[in-house]
Design a protein around this ligand. Structure first.
Ligand code: NAP
Length: 283
């Protein structure tokens, strides 16, 4: 409770930034995506999201009941045509899309590169890379038609530098970093800003799978158990605040760059009013 009140105090005392817009957040039913959807909706944004579980999507619709400001559908980011139709629906229902967060993601199985199935390779790449590229393309098309100067945040990972046990996942995240840089170069002169965000180790369902991995395949598993036991994971609502900072302060970092949550925390909490975020600032 004390942590939450401190977080709230720091958040409220931050300088005002660019006003809310219409945002798509992929994978908004759980973890980082859910906290971001909740935060943006409560702050007056129009929010659209999708994920695979129909039950969780239905729960979101009940939680955020204003159809003029909220749209959620059961949909996989792997469904390329479905995602393009979703983008059109968002624009019709909520208005021109101004912001996009490619958040939906999966680690896929934690196995050695020689032991992953063809299906798992396909699904991991289709979710983290093809899906994000397809969604971004559809949103950029709309932004260009309407002359919107938008912001795109692609949720990447520190593993994009390479991690044993997560080779395919790491490859998708490295791919999204390069894609982000290319989009920024292509569309920067139209006022589009794109970032790849390393959110840190965030306390979500994804981390549970990482902690349970076999250390002979994923040598970092014991370290992740330690982060969890010592309370060193980033909380999902803090990740949401980091993403929101990027959405609302796109001039803070070079267009197309790979931004770490620590860099954002430094700017968000400069002066050290939040002890939780100060922890993220230590090396
Ligand atoms: N947690 C971490 O430590 C960490 C670290 C680095 C990067 N990240 C990245 O952060 C992002 C969010 O992860 P998280 O930790 O919040 O994971 P999470 O708790 O597992 O949530 C993932 C969300 O994405 C949705 N999703 C997954 N596959 C999907 C698909 N095919 N189509 C549509 N939605 C899909 C999930 O809903 P359904 O399953 O119902 O579809 C869920 O809403 C991911 O891109 C992940 O790679 C996380």
């Amino acid at each position: 409770m004390r942590r939450f009140l401190l977080f709230l105090f720091c958040w409220l005392s931050m300088p005002a930034a660019a006003g809310p817009g219409v945002v798509i957040v992929s994978g908004g039913t759980l973890g980082i995506g859910y906290e971001l959807v909740k935060m943006l909706y409560e702050q007056g944004w129009s929010v659209a999201t999708f994920a695979r579980s129909p039950e969780k999507v239905e729960a979101l619709r009940k939680q955020f009941p204003d159809p003029k400001r909220f749209l959620a559908e059961p949909l996989s980011v792997m469904d390329l045509n479905g995602v393009r139709r979703f983008v059109t629906d968002v624009q019709t229902s909520l208005g021109p899309i101004t912001h996009l967060v490619n958040n939906a993601g999966t680690t896929g199985p934690l196995v050695r590169a020689g032991d992953i199935s063809s299906q798992a390779i396909h699904d991991t790449i289709a979710t983290n890379l093809t899906g994000a590229i397809n969604l971004t393309g559809a949103v950029l098309e709309q932004m260009m038609k309407l002359g919107v100067k938008g912001v795109i945040v692609n949720v990447s990972s520190g593993s994009s530098k390479g991690v044993p046990g997560l080779a395919t996942y790491a490859a998708t995240k490295a791919g999204i970093n390069v894609y982000t840089a290319s989009v920024a170069e292509e569309y920067g002169h139209h006022g589009i800003r794109a970032f790849a965000l390393n959110p840190g180790h965030v306390d979500t369902r994804l981390q549970t799978a990482v902690r349970e991995a076999n250390p002979s395949v994923f040598p970092a598993a014991p370290a992740f158990v330690g982060y969890h036991e010592r309370g060193e994971l980033v909380e999902a609502e803090h990740s949401a605040a980091h993403i929101q900072y990027l959405l609302q302060h796109p001039e803070a970092f070079p267009n197309g760059s790979y931004v770490s949550y620590r860099q954002i925390a430094e700017r968000l909490y400069h002066g050290g009013c939040d002890p939780v975020h100060l922890r993220y600032l230590s090396p």
